[in-house]
Design a binder for this molecule. Sequence first.
Ligand code: MLT
Ligand code: ZN
Length: 470
Amino acid sequence: MSAFDVGALRDLLGPQGVLSAASDLERYLVDERRLYQGQAAAVLRPASTQALSSAMAWCYAHDVAMVPQGGNTGYCGGATPDESGRQIVISLERMRRIRRLDAGAFALTVEAGATLASVQAAARDADLLFPLSMGSEGSAQIGGALSTNAGGLAVLRYGTARDLALGLEVVLPDGRVWDGLRALRKDNTGYDLKHCFIGAEGTLGVITAAVLKLFPAQIQRATAWLAVDDLAAACGVLAGLRRRLGDCMTSFEYVSGPSLALVLEQVPDTHAPPVNAAAHVLVEVAAGAGDGLRDSFEQALCALVSEGLVLEAVLAQNDAQRRAFWRLRETIPAAEKQLGGSIKHDVSVQLDRLPALERDARCAVLARVPAARLSVYGHVGDGNLHFNVLAPAGSDPTLFKAAHAEAVSALVHAAASRLDGSFSAEHGVGKLKRELLRDTEGPVAIDLMWALKRAFDPRGLMNPGKVLLP
Ligand code: MLT
Ligand code: ZN
């Protein structure tokens, strides 16, 4: 039984626009990591911005809290309703049209429910590139990616979701529509409103469409799997490649030996790379037309082998080998999940402090739980590590997490904080990290965030309880 009569919403959105049967709601009520199980009075699935605007105006007038949800692939519980059963979830899964593609402006206007993979495909069809890419791209939606300022695997070259947005269309909590859908590369007319909504995790309004940046297609591309001694060596390789190759590196991903071992053990159809080492790097370079990228890449790698920073390097010989390399990196989270999950961290520091972060976090965690297994991997090119801690082999992962998650996370976050780093480089805050935000950002930042929240959402109806602790 719904907490209120959803008939009025059905009148506004049509029969397909409102789900309220328990079996239909189920998949919207639990987050990807199964950390939170909520309830909802209904799920709204508008087919247009105007329809959503009317429905949100109704919710605003009736004091109904709204929880926007994209592909539900987030890690911090930012899109799960609370347990009251009085909130409504807003899904834009029926709004997934490419509204226009302006090849000459290198811009694409898309509705927020489109998946990242479908936007990549639309760009590809026009011989262009939309570079936001991550393991979950088949289900993650543009609206969610912008709302969490998602990062992924090519931030090094193209930036995060924030850097890829030229314009937005947003429905405000009271139903008003802000039309900021412009493809301008330069626009200094007052406050840049789009940046308020990007990364706000749906606490200020619902992003319904975006103008996204496109890039020239990557005509030349080369991918290599490198063996290195450790993270410090990996950072040296990053600097060495940058100096030699300039800005053509698109990804520089670190995979520690234990993370690779988890993948090989847990994920079907994965094969050990042809190099054996304590640590690994997956590096990809790309460029437009012209030639010589592969040769310069090879020469740069040879130089780094001579310097002893790279122990061994294998260049992918074809697309199948490239995909096999990427599979070893992208399936690390799945391998951890298979083992009952890990105590996950998403920390970042300025690049030259990354080895210190890893060393400090490792020492602190192992001093407390000597038998814990560490799976350390991530976007070293962005100064971002996933420093994940798994239960000792043979012990129960659920009991392990219940016993140690709080203390272990405090140690990892303290290590990042001592180095002036971030506790959430790319996964956001959601419900999971609200206390951390409150305790680490300082009173001025928190005051300003609350001021923004109250200005955009005076009644506190937009994804309440997320990001900012009430
Ligand atoms: C990744 O880098 O693979 C993603 O951020 C997911 C994760 O860390 O689990
Ligand atoms: Zn990541």
